[in-house]
Design a protein around this ligand. Structure first.
Ligand code: ADP
Length: 360
């Protein structure tokens, strides 16, 4: 097992006007045994960063350390890592057993008996013991992904690298495998980097999230830290579904003047904004409350555009009355509460549970 250090790593593809900075001066320390999730939208540099750790891509600048050794000059095989990909990358002509044992036969001096024992016990652990003689084409997507994971585990590597491993599975299987990967990582304690664009996966897996956008680190923290204390508007908008609502406004004394409502900042909020003037107030859908009558609190009037029943909760899409722009906001309400589309409501913004960001 090993720690990983990513030190001022930049990756630029191409040159001159055509070049793309896929990873922009990223530094990160990952502890031995830690489960770290790289999350961000498509094109944010997650895979490139992981491929640099794997040795499949060479950084333009910076160092990668695995354990205490700088591995910049080492190829993937010499780094003692095992990768799991979205497309499983199994050998179609080999049986499950051959797929799982191939890496061990190529890279270790283990005896055939020891390899067989290791493959069999890992297959049992992954619940694919009955499939050892099958070829990948005879297996479901979920079973193939179990084989791919089993193949990585059996190699007993220093580090697991997983790049969107669940993207090809249906929603139910994805949720099951999410739990299973969490359990495995916990049991095996192997340092794991996991790439996903899916914020649900990011929130439910991993000790820490590394949020990326345009190749730049946005925030590094536990899932709850990133969710409850987002460092910027990007992180706030990316984590959470539906996304956080954002209200633009400008500060006038201790009051934020937004379209359609004024919002009094607490002293703590005022001290956190410094001398900024143009701000964005962020409120998650679950923190907005809908009323039929004005309450005298921080609120704006809106018309209910669409109600999306989800079962125990509903998402209510709101068109503000007094706003010039076209923004729609979303509130979460009790699923049993009847709300009709087209009705007028007062949308209460809480006194706490709000976030303030610099206007972009
Ligand atoms: P993500 O994994 O977050 O979707 P990637 O790391 O795949 O993002 O890509 C980051 C950026 O680098 C994108 O703009 C992508 O187009 C670019 N990129 C990735 N690989 C290459 C490559 N081999 N050649 C040129 N550009 C690339």
């Amino acid at each position: 097992m090993a720690s990983i250090t990513i030190d001022d790593v930049t990756k630029e593809f191409g040159e001159g006007a055509e070049s793309v900075v896929a990873v922009d001066d990223v530094s990160l320390d990952i502890a031995d045994g830690e489960f770290v999730v790289f999350v961000g939208p498509s094109g944010s540099g997650k895979s490139t960063l992981m491929r640099i750790v794997a040795g499949l891509e060479t950084q333009t600048e910076g160092d990668v350390e695995i354990g205490d050794a700088i591995v910049n000059q080492l190829g993937p095989r010499a780094r003692d890592i095992a990768m799991v990909f979205q497309n499983y990358a199994l050998y179609p002509n080999m049986t499950v057993e051959e797929n799982m044992s191939f890496g061990l036969k190529m890279s270790t001096d283990m005896s055939d008996d020891a390899i067989e024992e290791s493959v069999t016990s890992t297959a049992e652990m992954m619940d694919i013991g009955a499939l050892l003689d099958n070829k990948p084409g005879e297996l479901s997507g979920g079973q193939q992904q179990r084989v791919a994971l089993g193949r990585a585990i059996v190699r007993d590597p220093n580090v697991f690298l997983m790049d969107e491993p669940l993207s090809n599975l249906d929603a139910k299987l994805r949720a099951e495998m999410r739990t299973e990967i969490n359990r495995l990582q916990n049991d095996l304690g192997v340092t794991t980097l996991y790439v996903t664009h899916d914020q649900t996966e990011a929130m439910t897996m991993g000790d820490r999230l590394v949020v990326l956008n345009y190749g730049e680190l946005q925030q590094v923290g536990t899932p709850l830290e990133c969710f409850y204390r987002p460092e910027n508007q990007f992180v706030a908008g990316f984590l959470g579904s539906p996304s956080m609502n954002f209200f633009e406004g400008s500060l006038d004394g201790g009051t934020l003047r937004a379209d359609g409502f004024d919002y009094d900042l607490t002293e703590r909020m005022q001290s956190s904004v410094g001398d900024r003037n143009d701000l964005v107030l962020g409120v998650r859908p679950e923190d907005l409350t809908l009323h039929d009558e004005p309450t005298g609190g921080h609120e704006f009037e809106a018309v209910v555009d669409v109600v999306e029943p989800m079962g125990s909760i509903s998402y209510v899409y709101l068109q503000p009355r007094q706003q010039d722009h076209e923004d729609t906001f979303i509130a979460e309400t009790d699923g049993q509460r009847p709300i009709s589309e087209g009705s007028e409501v007062y949308v209460e913004i809480p006194d706490t549970d709000v976030h303030l960001f610099d206007a972009k």
